[in-house]
Design a protein around this ligand. Structure first.
Ligand code: UDX
Length: 440
């Protein structure tokens, strides 16, 4: 099998490399000659564990190629995947589909044989149908089969998610599209992965409904965490207690400062717009979006309160700024709200993040970047954990306590064992840990 993957962003690159792992011949195409040159030299533009090795292996085997030219990549391709960005359109929350449609127009212009064109980018319900009409208009002479194959890749574990998915969803409307997608994903039959064939609209909606449901689950536990603090309960035990009910499930019940990233904020908003366009109220998702936005801001108050109500002139160590660990991605990260708000109140911020500095330097002006957590904490009046990087779990809290000026520790990811932190001399505040009592 042979495919072309258009777009070497996060989704395109991971999907391209993983299809090569399935034995498919893949050409990844991108307009940015800079990106393609980097990839040809074996350098990966994003941080994703395992990706560099996977790309190197399949590049060396000749199964994975990179190019700025679409025409040669289309030659003999059984399928063309569109994996370009669909950012939130400025001002109205709709997904911006201009990159998807310009890729589709180019494909239509250059194709010389019948092919399946698959959207991998997250596109609003109805996009497949619009693409179908576009191809009918531009190339009435050619059989172009449209399909939708949404991705469910988490940053930081994207390769595992692709190679061992919970399910694969394929929206198809022709037998040919079904056959090609079934053949591409055939290696997953070995591990008995459910492969769902649906209509294109259904596949498109599965993606948005999945992310909106997960965002709802997180927001639910975040509100329960607030209640735990008020009534003296422990949200982690509540999460375990409810999560062991098979109907609920244990995953995505970690309370924190609010969800961020490139998908949940964008996809929840886009689903709301789709509902509006069709006259369907999605009140739960609407509330989730509002509660999550407000939560990021409320975390600032939590930090200020923990510091006695005043942060002007105080030094705060921030551990982690990426929206989650194992990524350098800062998109919609709670840190982008919390850090500037603390600066605006007059605090001096010292920041450490294992991978976030490069992006962070652009997005968080005026902070002092440190080489590790201890350096950030040196002389700090308070320490705030914003991302649950593993390296923080292993921190020597006694050593850290000897370095800080003030003992306030605000752990917005519940990384630390509160009793251990308190024993080391910290004044500990977690999320939803209302049952913590200071030790004697
Ligand atoms: C998500 C989806 O999981 C993935 O399937 C989709 O295709 C893209 O969007 P990603 O954004 O990489 O993946 O990260 P994810 O691990 O889902 O976390 C999203 C956000 O939710 C992060 O800010 C994370 O910190 C937060 N989160 C997640 C919680 O606050 N609590 C949880 O229990 C889980």
């Amino acid at each position: 099998m042979r495919i072309a993957m258009i777009g070497t962003g996060y989704v395109g690159l991971v999907s391209g490399a993983c299809f090569a792992e399935f034995g498919v011949e893949v050409t990844c195409v991108d307009k940015s000659s800079e990106k393609i040159a980097m990839l040809e030299q074996g350098r990966i533009p994003i941080y994703e564990p395992g990706l560099e090795d996977l790309v190197a292996r399949h590049k060396a085997a000749g199964r994975l190629r990179f190019s700025t030219e679409l025409a040669p990549a289309l030659e003999g391709a059984d399928a063309v995947f569109i994996a370009v960005g669909t950012p939130t359109r400025r001002g109205d929350g709709h997904a911006d589909l201009s990159y998807v449609f310009s890729a589709a127009e180019e494909i239509a212009k250059l194709l010389t044989h019948p092919t399946v064109v698959v959207t991998k980018s997250t596109v609003p319900v109805g996009t497949g149908r619009r693409l179908r009409r576009l191809f009918d208009q531009l190339r009435p002479d050619l059989e172009i089969h449209v399909a939708s194959n949404p991705e469910f890749l988490r940053e930081g574990s994207a390769i595992e998610d692709f190679l061992r998915p919970d399910r694969v969803v394929c929206g198809v409307e022709t037998q040919r599209a079904r056959e090609v997608l079934a053949a591409l994903y055939r290696p997953l039959n070995l591990i008995e992965t459910p492969i769902l064939f649906t209509t294109i609209e259904t596949a498109e909606l599965v993606k948005y409904a999945t992310n909106s449901f997960l965002a709802t689950k997180i927001t639910f536990i975040n509100e329960i965490a607030d209640l735990c603090e008020a009534v003296g309960a422990d949200v982690q035990q509540v999460a375990r207690g409810i999560g062991l009910d098979g109907r609920i499930g244990r995953k995505f019940l970690h309370a924190g400062p609010g969800y961020g990233g490139s998908c949940f904020p964008k996809d929840t908003l886009a689903l709301l717009r789709t509902g509006e366009m069709h006259g369907v109220q999605l009140r739960i998702v609407d509330t989730v979006v509002q509660v999550n936005e407000a939560r990021k801001r409320r975390m600032v108050k939590k930090i200020v309160d923990a510091m006695g109500g005043e942060v002007a002139g105080k030094r705060i160590a921030v551990l982690g700024v990426t929206f989650k660990p194992n990524t350098d991605d800062m998109r919609e990260s709670p840190s982008l709200v919390i850090v500037p708000a603390l600066q605006a109140e007059g605090a001096e911020l010292r920041v450490f993040d294992p991978e976030g500095r490069r992006e962070g330097e652009k997005l968080l002006p005026g902070v002092v970047w440190c080489a590790d957590a201890y350096e950030a904490m040196a002389g700090a009046d308070a320490t705030v954990v914003l991302t649950e990087w593993n390296v923080f779990r292993g921190l020597d809290l006694e050593r850290a306590r000897s370095l800080v000026r003030g003992p306030v520790l605000v752990d917005l990811r519940n990384v630390f064992d509160p009793e251990r932190a308190i024993r080391a001399g910290f004044r500990y505040t977690g999320v939803g840990r209302g049952s913590i009592r200071p030790v004697d």
